[in-house]
Write a protein that binds this ligand. Structure first.
Ligand SMILES: [Zn+2]
Length: 358
């Protein structure tokens, strides 16, 4: 083993930590879980906007501090995808993100042996911080994809609310992928997502990153885009770059070169990321609770985004036009069974040649 995972395992109580990782952080992004936001907070105001603004699509600010104009909705259904948790109204994104998701879903069937994708949260109609669940997803360039394959039938709205998240981790072991649920098709799905030039990062649980480092025998050029982070064991999170011409979008530094199977991954297998916060010194003042984020904390243009006129309807702003919005009746594509998995080669013919989006 290149960098001391085994040693890290031996030197601290892995089983005690397994519970903490499994319980609190299993089913969503980290952060942003706190008491109910007040009515005037940025979270409450952006969550209250039910439709996007009119006009051109612009991400404004940074992935974890911003908003957007001109969002479009991923249709709830397509031949190769189904959107989940529809009641959250988080199917909105920059057209570049929505176009990528549609293309990725088709490529997943074609090249990864995956029956179609279940799409989790993208963003709110005007982006911004959410009442619960994510610290990023604010400018329409982040999307969560379930590790659960799309079923061969159209799920009802209720099923999409209730379908449980399935963790890819083993509950009784520290940061270990469960071989009963992990599969090569999931590995291929991740590497397919990473193959698009506009995809800059894919967030996965550290155990999944390690599994990929240990087992991916195909081209490792894009493996470095897979970034280890808390949670992200029942879904993965695709982040795309600021689209060309998006002047108000704050880019993130590109990932370091290399496959990322190095010290930056080994860190997650040490006690440091999992250590509870240090108790305050006796007699010290209790720390102030963090101040609520207000609209004035976001980029200036976000106040105007909240006030701007809405599009006429959700259908009018659905990607692909109103006909796509009412595609629910169409039958899903025939889905290959998940167990065809091992029959496929590690590296499908993943296309290198992607048309530029936008
Ligand atoms: Zn996410």
């Amino acid at each position: 083993m290149a960098f001391g995972f085994a040693q890290a395992f031996r030197t601290f109580g892995r089983l005690a930590l397994a519970g903490a990782i499994g319980a609190g952080l299993a089913a969503g992004d980290v952060g942003a879980q706190q008491k109910t936001p007040s009515p005037g907070s940025a979270k409450a105001l952006f969550a209250g906007a039910s439709l996007p603004t009119q006009g051109p699509a612009q991400p404004i600010g940074f992935y974890a501090k911003g908003c957007m104009t001109g969002a479009v909705a991923l249709p709830t259904d397509g031949p190769t995808w189904q959107a989940m948790r529809l009641s959250r109204n988080r199917r909105w994104g920059n057209p570049a993100m929505i176009a990528l998701l549609e293309r990725f879903s088709q490529d997943a069937v074609k090249y990864a042996g995956w029956p179609g994708i279940l799409v989790g949260d993208i963003a709110q109609p005007r982006g911004g911080p959410m009442l619960n669940g994510h610290s990023s997803h604010q400018i329409g360039l982040d999307a969560d994809i379930w590790f659960t394959p799309m079923p061969a039938r159209r799920m009802t709205a209720e099923e999409r609310e209730d379908l449980p998240f399935i963790s890819m981790l083993q509950k009784d072991k520290f940061l270990t992928v469960n071989p009963k649920v992990w599969s090569q098709s999931r590995a291929r799905l991740l590497m397919l997502a990473a193959s698009y030039p506009e995809v800059e990062r894919i967030f996965v649980n550290p155990a999944i990153k390690k599994k990929m480092c240990d087992t991916w025998t195909g081209d490792r050029t894009n493996l470095g885009k897979l970034r280890p982070i808390y949670g992200h064991d029942s879904h993965f999170h695709i982040r795309i770059k600021c689209p060309p011409g998006a002047a108000g979008c704050t880019p993130q530094a590109p990932v370091a070169s290399g496959d990322g199977c190095d010290k930056s991954l080994a860190y997650w297998f040490t006690p440091a990321p999992w250590a509870p916060p240090k108790p305050p010194k006796p007699g010290a003042k209790p720390p102030k609770p963090p101040r609520e984020m207000m609209v004035s904390d976001l980029p200036k243009a976000c106040a105007a985004v909240l006030d701007a006129a809405s599009v006429a309807s959700m259908q009018a702003a659905t990607y692909g036009g109103p006909s796509a919005a009412s595609a629910l009746a169409a039958a899903p594509a025939a889905a290959p069974a998940d167990d065809i998995d091992e029959a496929l080669p590690d590296v499908g013919p993943i296309p290198n040649d992607k048309p530029a989006l936008q």
